[in-house]
Ligand binder design. Sequence first.
Ligand SMILES: Nc1ncnc2c1ncn2[C@@H]1O[C@H](COP(=O)(O)OP(=O)(O)O)[C@@H](O)[C@H]1O
Ligand SMILES: O=C(OP(=O)(O)O)[C@H](O)COP(=O)(O)O
Length: 508
Amino acid sequence: METLAMGAAVAATGVKVAAQPASAFVGRSLRVSRLSVSVGVSAARGRLVRIVAEGSKTEGLSRRAQLPEDDGRSDVQRPATKGADRKMSVKDLPVEEFKGKTVFVRADFNVPLDDKRRITDDTRIRASLPTIQYLVEAGAKVVLASHLGRPKKGPEEKYSLKPVAARLTELLGQKVELAPDCIGEEVKSMKAALQEGDVLLLENVRFYKEEEKNDVEFSKKLSENIDIFVNDGFGTAHRAHASTAGIADYVSRRLAGLLLEKELEYLAGVMKNPKKPFVAIVGGSKISSKITVIESLMNVCDKVILGGGMIFTFFKADGKSVGSSLVEDDKIELAKNLVKMAKEKGVELILPVDVLAADKFAPDANVQTCSASDIPDGWMGLDIGPGAIKQFRGALKGAETVLWNGPMGVFEFEAFSKGTYAVAETLAQLTKEGAITVVGGGDSVAAVEKAGLAEQMSHVSTGGGASLELLEGKVLPGVAALDDARIHAAGGESCSDSQPIFQFEGNP
Ligand SMILES: Nc1ncnc2c1ncn2[C@@H]1O[C@H](COP(=O)(O)OP(=O)(O)O)[C@@H](O)[C@H]1O
Ligand SMILES: O=C(OP(=O)(O)O)[C@H](O)COP(=O)(O)O
């Protein structure tokens, strides 16, 4: 039977189309208002159903859409993009449509740099190449955008994407010019001067505070001279920023890049039905963005292991002395609640029994092993201790699925790298034993690469926070902003389903 599955959307209006044959809609106009629309297409394969969408969140954009032909890839092959959730990827658009178009590609080139600003791990840059090469070969004019670090004071040389432009030039085998800015007249002219197959890298979008505020005017400026938006920055897809989401309102198409698509497919597949026992390991230094995920992790995981800079807020919450270790005081109450919640839920929330403490934040610091409850004043915990390494190995024994984000210590300094490498080795062993092991995050991946163990993980993800938020079941804003594969235009305009506002028109 041919049916259009408009589930929730239809339920909300009371317009019953779910049971209508698809043929009933052929040639008809549909208008749906203020709804989230899910349209199944496989049963209506080969048929065109025109949907006129009005009053969308994008003022002034006329949005005509047609259901595409089934692309032949089954939902089983594409678990993350199953059914109506599937977003249009660059491969879903006929390749000729890119020719001569200026395509804005949001990548995540937030790569680790050493003190001489040399890239220490280029995984994220290499991971972006398939999309860039695809667009270059299709004859697009490629405009790349990214952030690097968290600049707070406008443009700063240390956050410039200059090293990334140089690395891209080497890897692509063609000149990738770095624009002096990401918006403005000069950048506009540089975009206009691009030839088919050229690649231009914009300077760090976070040099403007408007980027993180998802400012409308800034989004419009980013979209100047741009035809198509491609989001390939999985690592930043959990941010609702101007270059990851806002810009989508001012272009004619919004597509997933090949990396974003691949990450979503893999991670949603794993997370949907994780083999148990499922263990999450969370470390690193982005405490405020990641501590909030722990509650959700406890709903799906059997154990949550904490390491890195994350632990001292928990220790302080428990009344322990943490010296000058990294602590976020405004998260102490949350940490207390999480410990309580873990007990109530019967989930093991595992904190290290000991840490390596340093007398300064430096590779040549004096080091001592301290019990977790006893870090002296003036000393800071920079790695988990030898007791914790054994403890974590024990906790991981028998795990069938492991998701790891955030190094266990300041692995960039050899003296504080043992905890991180020990976890990487344990995961490599678990992979050999048949477990699914996923490592995500710029620095976590750098650590696993440095240890020479990346190949021994089931999946190395370019996103840490993004993969954790996917695991929470959240819709990532950088994904929500993209066109739904099931509703896209054949003729130059399309509709995003991030806040679709449709209304049925006519009577089928
Ligand atoms: N105990 C600690 N104190 C301070 N920084 C830490 C500590 N443990 C780990 N880090 C730092 O955390 C950083 C990575 O954190 P984060 O960005 O959250 O991870 P990822 O990039 O893998 O998502 C690393 O640069 C590491 O030096
Ligand atoms: O490195 C990143 O995230 P990750 O450390 O969670 O992998 C992304 O580039 C996002 O950076 P942000 O956390 O400063 O928004």
